[in-house]
Ligand binder design. Sequence first.
Ligand SMILES: Nc1ncnc2c1ncn2[C@@H]1O[C@H](COP(=O)(O)OP(=O)(O)OP(=O)(O)O)[C@@H](O)[C@H]1O
Length: 466
Amino acid sequence: MQSMMTIDYKIFIVDDEETIREGITLALSDRYTLTGFADAESAIKGVTADAPDLILLDIGLPGMDGVEALGRIKEIHPDVLVIMITAYEDINSVITCMKKGAYDYIIKPIHMEGLENTIENALETIRLRKEVRALQERQLTENMPCFIGESNAIHDIMEFITMVAKSPDTPVLILGETGTGKELIASTIHYRSPNFKGPFVTVNCAAIHKELIESELFGYEKGAFSGASTTGKTGLIEAAEGGTLFLDEVGDMGLDTQAKLLRFLEEGEFYKVGSTVKRKVKTRIVSATNRDLDKMITEETFRKDLFFRLGVIKINVPSLNERREDTLILARNFMHTFAEKFGKTITGMTEEAEDRLLIYSWSGNVRELKNMMERGVLTARGEKLTVEDLGLEDVRRGEIMESGPTGFAPLPPTGIDIQEVRTAMETFYFKEALKMAKGNESKAARLLNLNHHTFRYQRKKILPDD
Ligand SMILES: Nc1ncnc2c1ncn2[C@@H]1O[C@H](COP(=O)(O)OP(=O)(O)OP(=O)(O)O)[C@@H](O)[C@H]1O
């Protein structure tokens, strides 16, 4: 999804060859603000004074070389993306730079089209980071629930939330597996709705007995049924007046209650159990379920008309396995939160621990990751969380293939073209690895258990247009 926001990106070009600095400036100055530096020392001063978004950094510089400069730049501003410029024979230095956190590299002689693509990819990463961070910072300063993630899916959901929050009368239905953050999304919608000052009330329809749910939702008059309180009761719909009623596990609601809920959604009116007095309440309804409502409609256990009414706006939340690029940012965030909560000094995770988090199959989604980080921080002995702290000793490469959504299909009676399947599989996993590693080739190579050289060689063959 393209952003409406125009951002003026600042790029430094650090190369001792004047022709390269001038050539790049000439080609790109209509789109970006470019500043050239002939050596690393002056570029570092520039970064300290006013950090750019992106740096094109030559490795073979006089004085301090690009490899050392990269380390210094990352210390001053870890978020600045750096694309290394290198002569082909310098491939060992490139590997070192990728390990030190360079975003990508380009080889001399520079082909302008390739350079522009690499820059555009880097800037897209920056744009997404900036937008999501701005939203997240606002949520934090305003003490709102914070929805974390960098994937396109999460970015789209954040945009959707902003849009939905502006129309408080529209019901929202959130679909997704358990632990994907449906309740968090519901509360984010609520807290970002400017005109809604009432409370956020949650009802877990699966936890309340089917017989009782109606009186819980709509309330009851005194003596409405045996066992009812003598004073009667206000229902949750009324309790959420001017705010949001979150119907969690709405798929577990009985058919009788579904009919009454539908009437409330259509007319904004309801009766307390045992009452003949019509009541009117303005409450936003957000519902969620991890059940297959289409199937339930076919089986006639969920009303089709209610499904359409609840889901005027539908949000599908992908599982964590489908957006693995969010794993580390979520893990690091939970790690810092729990370290602060438990008063522990934890500075990060070992590289091996992060690699295992990336290949783990998350059946419990973000909730499982959060619990794992809580346990890990609590029991950790050192300053860096290890594979053992996180209980990931048994996670092996291949686990995803065995249990994840990409499991092999059965061999059809007509047979298959194994060569074609192999090519499709390689293309799929190379793309996935690059996506998950955010374009960092060394990391992508590790995810495929290849060394960096082999990865680069095969990438050129498998993804020639990439
Ligand atoms: N993107 C996210 N950023 C930060 N925390 C998240 C995110 N997604 C989920 N969480 C956290 O993970 C936990 C589970 O999320 P939540 O309860 O919203 O999931 P759910 O989809 O409603 O689960 P269920 O279907 O089981 O009710 C919560 O503690 C929530 O704060």
